[in-house]
Design a protein around this ligand. Structure first.
Ligand SMILES: *Cc1c(COP(=O)(O)O)cnc(C)c1O
Length: 393
């Protein structure tokens, strides 16, 4: 029997899919920091520092800002299970997989779910939200800011204003957008906003930053029924992350180290500079793919910089290209989900993965492989167009 674990044979990849993104070596090193007790005074100081920096990242003064122990989906579940009680009504914007997932989670809370739908690649129109809200009383409106299944960039502020006029709370999913483009929780008046560490924060998957404003926490505290999830009940987690330090569960200590280091890296770069880097390289990727004759599937004017959905040319097999990217270029991109399965690739430029070197690699590798698979692509067309936007922007 071979005693070596499969772990020893894992390759180092270039991660340009929909997440996880590449993790900075400093973050990996931080994770090797010796584990100390989760109630050690030094660890409590670190938790406080992480909370303070998460507030800066979300651009909020919300007292209740923490990192949920779990991935982005745990953030989604936390937002919904805490706000919703059986019989409550919620309006969910659905234009892809993650809006769909919110509907699923909300229905498991016993809520009545009403959908405001848009075709894949498009955004939910604020007018649609407005007319849906006229049809009854809603406790919350939930919307995905960066729909990772399509690459569409959903504006939030106008929808939040409409929701608040009707008295509903606003929940926003910023798993893919946070740290990659503007997310301004206070200015946009988002009541509950969650994210994940594995996309533009360039941390491994495992924590879900989340923030609740006072109004949302008041709703949690005045529930008639208990939150159905013991683990994600924020009225208890609040006492653990707060001054009381009341034991609830053991924080995943090494992940908190990772998040602390990744937040340092983000603020060393500067948040706005980081958004600008994503915008610039994302724009170059869009130009490069279009110059190769490939269609971008998110609506023009509403395209995310950090996640691009691109149509696969007719007759080209999705998996054989992705297998060759991995085997020949050590490069991972994502396949399509749901309606886009087999029809689209999803290319991520998130956090550490968002570099000019990676941009040129993915464009040149696709030029070469598409040509090899019989597509009429000119070598150099994508890279040249991509570089040209970088030159002159
Ligand atoms: C990735 C993602 C999630 C889920 O995050 P996991 O870390 O996979 O649990 C939720 N919402 C959006 C928009 C995402 O992109």
């Amino acid at each position: 029997m071979n005693n070596a674990s499969a772990l020893s044979n894992l390759p180092v990849r270039i991660l340009m899919g929909p997440g996880p993104s590449n993790v900075h070596p400093r973050v990996l090193k931080a994770m090797a920091t010796p584990v100390i007790g989760h109630l050690d005074p030094e660890f409590l100081r670190l938790m406080d520092e992480v909370r303070e920096r998460l507030r800066l990242l979300f651009r909020t003064r919300n007292r209740f800002t923490i990192a949920v122990s779990g991935t982005g989906s745990a953030g989604m579940e936390t937002a919904l299970v805490n706000l919703l009680e059986p019989g409550d009504r919620i309006l969910v914007g659905v234009a892809g997989v993650f809006g769909e997932r919110m509907c699923d989670v909300a229905s498991r809370c016993g809520a009545e779910v009403v959908r405001a739908e848009a075709p894949w690649g498009e955004i939910v129109d604020p007018g649609q939200i407005e007319s849906a809200l006229k049809k009854g009383e809603f406790k919350a409106v939930a919307i995905v800011h960066a729909e990772t299944s399509t690459g569409a960039h959903q504006p939030i502020k106008e929808i939040a204003d409409i929701a608040h006029k009707s008295g509903a709370l606003v929940i926003a999913d910023t798993v893919t957008s946070l740290a990659g483009c503007e997310v301004s929780v206070d200015e946009w008046e988002i009541d509950v906003c969650y994210s994940g560490t594995q996309k533009c924060l360039s941390c491994p998957p495992g924590l879900a930053p989340i923030t609740f404003n006072d109004r949302a926490m008041e709703v949690v505290r005045s529930r008639k029924t208990k939150v159905q999830s013991w683990y994600l009940d924020m009225s208890m987690v609040e006492r653990y992350w707060g001054e009381e330090r009341f034991y609830h569960h053991t924080a995943p200590i090494s992940m908190i180290y990772a998040l602390a280091e990744s937040l340092s890296i983000i603020f060393e770069e500067g948040l706005e500079k980081r958004w600008e880097r994503h915008a610039r390289l994302g724009g170059a990727l869009h130009a490069g793919l279009e110059a190769m004759g490939l269609p971008l599937l998110a609506k023009k004017g509403y395209r995310l910089p950090m996640l691009t959905s691109v149509g696969i040319p007719d007759g080209v097999d999705d998996l054989s290209i992705r297998r060759r990217l991995l085997a020949e270029h050590n490069l991972e991109i994502g396949g399509g989900l749901g309606a886009f399965k087999g029809k689209a690739w999803r290319i991520g430029l998130m956090g550490e993965s968002c570099s000019q070197a990676n941009l040129l690699l993915v464009l040149s590798a696709l030029e070469k492989l598409l040509l090899a698979h019989g597509v009429n692509v000119h070598l150099g067309s994508g890279t040249t167009a991509g570089l040209a936007t970088l030159e002159y922007v």
